[in-house]
Ligand binder design. Structure first.
Ligand SMILES: [Zn+2]
Ligand SMILES: [Zn+2]
Length: 404
C-alpha cells in the first residue's frame, strides 16, 4: 500500500533537496564554524537584518500585498519586496500567492487545502512541499491579477536564476563589503535561509494548532502572541482567516504586528495606499457570535440541565438542585436578552447602511450629512463593544455555575 501511495505522490526533488540540504548543512556547519572561529558582529548583523528583510517581504509582500491585495504600493516598494522575497526561497510570488488563496478558500479540507492541518503537523509544516500532492497542484485560475502583473511574471519566469543569484551573489558581495565573506555567507546566507523557512512554515502548522479562537471556530486557525513575534505579526491567524482582506493581522495596538506597522508607516510617506480595514462593527459581530457559542457550551455542560427531568419526576429534589436550576434560568434569561440586543444592533446597522447608500445615490452628500452618518455608525460600534464586554463577563461566570 505504501509503495502505491508513494508512486502517487512522487518526491518533489528541487524542493526536497533545497529544504533538507540547507537544514542539514546549517545544523552541522554553524556549530563547527562557531567552534573554530568567532562569529563576527558583521555576520550576526547580516543574519538579523536579512532575516527581517526576508521575513517581512514574505508577510508584507507575498502575503498581504500579492496574495490578499490588502493595500497598494509604489513600484519601488514592490521591487524591494520582490527582491528579498525571492531571497527567502519560497517559490515565485505567483505560485505562492495562488496556493495561498486556495488555502484560504478550502482551509482544513484534506483534499483541496494545499497545507491542510488535518493531515498532521508535519504535512502542514513541510511535508506538502517535499512531495507532489494532488492538493498542491498549481492552478493559476485564481490569480488573473497576478498573471497580468509584469513584475510578478518577470520573477516567475526567472525565479531559479534570481533565487540562486541573490542568495549566493548578493550575500557574497555583502560579505565582501563587510569584510567577512565566509561569516556572512554562513550566517546571513545559510543560517538565515533555514531560520526564515522554519519560522514561516510555523504559520501553516502551529498557527493552525496552538492558540485562541476569538473570532471564529469554523476553521483551525489560531491567534498566538508568541508566534506573532517570530512571524512579524502573522501569529494572529484566527483574525486573518476570517478577515483576510484586512492589511492588519493583530488589530489591537498592543498586539505585535510589525508587518502592519511597516505597511502603515509607508502609507504616511505615500509609498503605500488604499489600506483595507474591516469595520469595527463587523469585528465585534464576529466576537459576540463566538461568545454566544461559548455560552451555549456552558448551557450544555451545566449539571442543572441534566436534573431538569428529575425535577419534573420527583418532589424530593434537593434545595441545591433547585438553586442550580434557578441560576441556569437566570443565565438563560440574560443570554436571550443579550441575543435580542445583538439582533437589533445588526438590523440597525443594516438599515443605516441602506439609508446611507440610498442617500449617496440620490444626492451628493454634504460633509455634515457624512459626519452625521459617521456618528451613528460609531454609536452602534460602541453599543456592540459594550455588549461584548457584558457577554464576556456573563460567559466567564459560566464555569462558576457549573461548579456550584
Ligand atoms: Zn492559514
Ligand atoms: Zn492569508
Amino acid at each position: 500500500m505504501s509503495s502505491n501511495h508513494k508512486s502517487e505522490n512522487p518526491v518533489n526533488w528541487p524542493a526536497a533537496i533545497t529544504l533538507y540540504s540547507t537544514s542539514i548543512a546549517a545544523l552541522i556547519m554553524v556549530p563547527v564554524y562557531a567552534y573554530f572561529n568567532d562569529i563576527s558582529t558583521a555576520a550576526w548583523a547580516s543574519f538579523v537584518v536579512l532575516a527581517i528583510l526576508n521575513g517581512m517581504s514574505i508577510t508584507a509582500g507575498y502575503h498581504r500585498l500579492w496574495a490578499h491585495r490588502t493595500y497598494e504600493a509604489h513600484w519601488t516598494v514592490k521591487f524591494v519586496l520582490m527582491f528579498f522575497g525571492t531571497m527567502a526561497v519560497q517559490n515565485s510570488i505567483l505560485v505562492w500567492a495562488s496556493g495561498h488563496r486556495t488555502h484560504h478558500r478550502h482551509v482544513d479540507d484534506p483534499e483541496n487545502d494545499p497545507y491542510s492541518i488535518k493531515r498532521g503537523f508535519w504535512f502542514a509544516h513541510m511535508g506538502w512541499m517535499v512531495r507532489k500532492f494532488e492538493s498542491g497542484k498549481e492552478d493559476f485560475s485564481n490569480a488573473p491579477d497576478l498573471l497580468k502583473d509584469p513584475l510578478v511574471m518577470f520573477q516567475h519566469k526567472y525565479y531559479t536564476a534570481l533565487a540562486l543569484g541573490i542568495n549566493f551573489g548578493f550575500t557574497a558581495l555583502l560579505g565582501l563589503a563587510l569584510g567577512d565573506v565566509w561569516g556572512v555567507m554562513l550566517m546571513g546566507g545559510l543560517f538565515r535561509l533555514v531560520w526564515s523557512h522554519q519560522t514561516t512554515f510555523f504559520i501553516n502548522s502551529l498557527a493552525h494548532m496552538w492558540g485562541r479562537r476569538p473570532y471564529t471556530d469554523e476553521n483551525t486557525a489560531r491567534d498566538n502572541d508568541l508566534l506573532a513575534v517570530f512571524t512579524y505579526g502573522e501569529g494572529y491567524h484566527n483574525y486573518h482567516h476570517i478577515f483576510q482582506y484586512d492589511y492588519r493581522n493583530g488589530i489591537r495596538w498592543y498586539q505585535i504586528d510589525p508587518t502592519k506597522w511597516l505597511i502603515a508607516g509607508l502609507s504616511y510617506v505615500g509609498l503605500t495606499w488604499n489600506l483595507k480595514r474591516v469595520p469595527k462593527f463587523q469585528v465585534e459581530k464576529a466576537r459576540i457570535a463566538m461568545q454566544f457559542k461559548r455560552a451555549e457550551e456552558h448551557l450544555k455542560a451545566h449539571p442543572a440541565g441534566h436534573v431538569t427531568h428529575l425535577t419534573q419526576l420527583s418532589e424530593g429534589i434537593s434545595a441545591q438542585a433547585h438553586a442550580m436550576q434557578a441560576q441556569l434560568e437566570a443565565f438563560k434569561t440574560r443570554l436571550s436578552h443579550e441575543y435580542e440586543n445583538y439582533s437589533k444592533a445588526l438590523q440597525d446597522w443594516a438599515k443605516l447602511k441602506e439609508a446611507q447608500y440610498a442617500e449617496t445615490k440620490s444626492a451628493i452628500m454634504s460633509s455634515e450629512m457624512m459626519a452625521a452618518y459617521r456618528i451613528k455608525f460609531k454609536e452602534l460600534e460602541k453599543q456592540m463593544r459594550q455588549q461584548r464586554k457584558r457577554l464576556n463577563a456573563l460567559v466567564a461566570q459560566g464555569p462558576a455555575f457549573a461548579m456550584a
